[in-house]
Write a protein that binds this ligand. Structure first.
Ligand code: OSB
Ligand code: MG
Length: 380
């Protein structure tokens, strides 16, 4: 299924693009999001707005203004888009030819994904079909998952987990760091003996900590996400041999080739696919396919996106191979007000419905865009 869909998607024409605009927005978070690498207090996102024959398609770049999660930033993405990628967006191109042309630019997957997202949204809207249908997958109810940031105290963490469990999330992920790990996880497991839970270290440990991390095997975690360096694969393979808990890679995986290398070296048993990090939805589908063929489960990560990127992540989870709950949570967890309607809400049983309208199925509300816009620039 994924194979046929990739060939068909590669042939989707780009067509004439009459308008291209960058818009930067900044939305305050309901509460700060703390990780072992940084604490974010707002979401600053670079948006790409494409217009073709009166139809508008949106892409959200998942890069942050800082290089603390990934090397790409909103500024590098804008530079790469403007000077190298957008000039390749010509009417006779197809999604496949564009992807091939983009390969000359090494890395910068978040910049590449921004265009691909916008073109897929635009194509689906032109065809009058939801994005998942253009991708070639039937709608389904999406599993929910929540990512809880580092908290000031164990009591605050227990309270946050309690709220998530009450809301009905299918699994709870909590951030850990070298100074907030075993005791914190033990406290949560003691209070919630049967919830599906996992941890994410964002690369805070070195292999020297293997014996220390081994203590986490006692808590029946679904997985431990990115325990070691953001660029490592080999040391994760050493660590995985010493842990019973499956390792999930996030930061280390930028492509299908990385995913295959990591799986074949035994560096992980699960992969967090962030479509932005890997250069877009087509590469995400390839990673899902390569992982499924090797018995590895994947799930969709998140980058605290606005409703534009959040909707893309939801559509992506209709693809074969997304068997685990992702970091897909309700809009109200992040923002008092988002720039799109409708927001994400948990339905019966904690599931999330895929938006039904054309494209991503979410609509940018002009007044809200104006309220949160920092600046904008027309490039075509
Ligand atoms: O490591 O998965 C991560 C957010 C920003 C940067 C990195 C990560 C995250 C999350 C939150 O864990 C995911 C979300 O709720 O969108
Ligand atoms: Mg992560």
């Amino acid at each position: 299924m994924n194979e046929d869909n990739l060939a068909r998607l590669g042939a989707v024409p780009v067509g004439p693009i009459d308008g291209i605009e960058f818009i930067t927005v900044r939305l305050p978070f309901v509460s700060p999001f703390g990780t072992s690498v940084y604490t974010w207090t707002c979401k600053e996102a670079l948006l790409l707005r494409l217009v073709s024959d009166g139809v508008v398609g949106w892409g959200e770049c998942v890069a942050d203004p800082d290089p603390f999660y990934a090397y790409e930033t909103t500024t590098t993405a804008r530079h790469i888009l403007k000077d190298f990628l957008l000039p390749l967006v010509q009417p006779e191109a197809t999604l496949g030819s564009l992807e091939a042309a983009f390969r000359r630019v090494r890395g910068h997957g978040m910049a590449k994904a921004t265009i691909e997202n916008a073109l897929l949204d635009l194509s689906a809207r032109r065809a009058g079909v939801p994005l998942h249908e253009l991708l070639g997958y039937p709608p389904k109810r999406i599993m929910s998952g929540i990512s809880i940031g580092l908290q000031a105290s164990i009591d605050a963490l227990l309270e946050a987990v309690d709220e998530a469990v009450e809301a009905g999330y299918h699994r709870v992920k909590m951030k850990i760091s070298r100074d907030k790990d075993v005791e914190w996880v033990r406290a949560v497991r003691q209070r919630f003996p049967s919830i599906r839970m996992m941890v994410d270290a964002n690369g805070d440990y070195s292999l020297d900590a293997a014996d220390h991390l081994k203590q986490l095997d006692a808590f029946d975690l679904m997985m431990i996400e990115q325990p070691l360096s953001y660029s490592d694969i080999a040391q994760h393979a050493h660590l995985q041999r010493r842990l019973a808990t499956p390792i999930c890679l996030d930061e280390s995986i930028h492509s299908e080739a990385d995913a295959i290398a990591a799986i074949e070296l035994g560096a992980c048993r699960v992969i967090n696919i962030k479509q932005g990090r890997v250069g877009g939805l087509l590469e995400s589908i390839r990673i899902a396919r390569a992982s499924a063929a090797r018995g590895v489960d994947v799930w969709s990560g998140g980058m605290d996106e606005t409703g534009i990127g959040r909707a893309v992540n939801i559509h992506l989870q209709t693809v074969d191979g997304f068997t685990l709950p992702g970091d897909t949570s309700e809009t109200r967890r992040y923002f008092h007000e988002d720039i799109v309607e409708p927001g994400v809400v948990l339905g019966p049983g904690g599931f999330i419905d895929v938006p039904t309208g054309p494209g991503t199925g979410v609509t940018v509300v002009p007044e809200r865009l104006a309220r949160y816009r920092l600046e904008s620039e027309r490039v075509r």
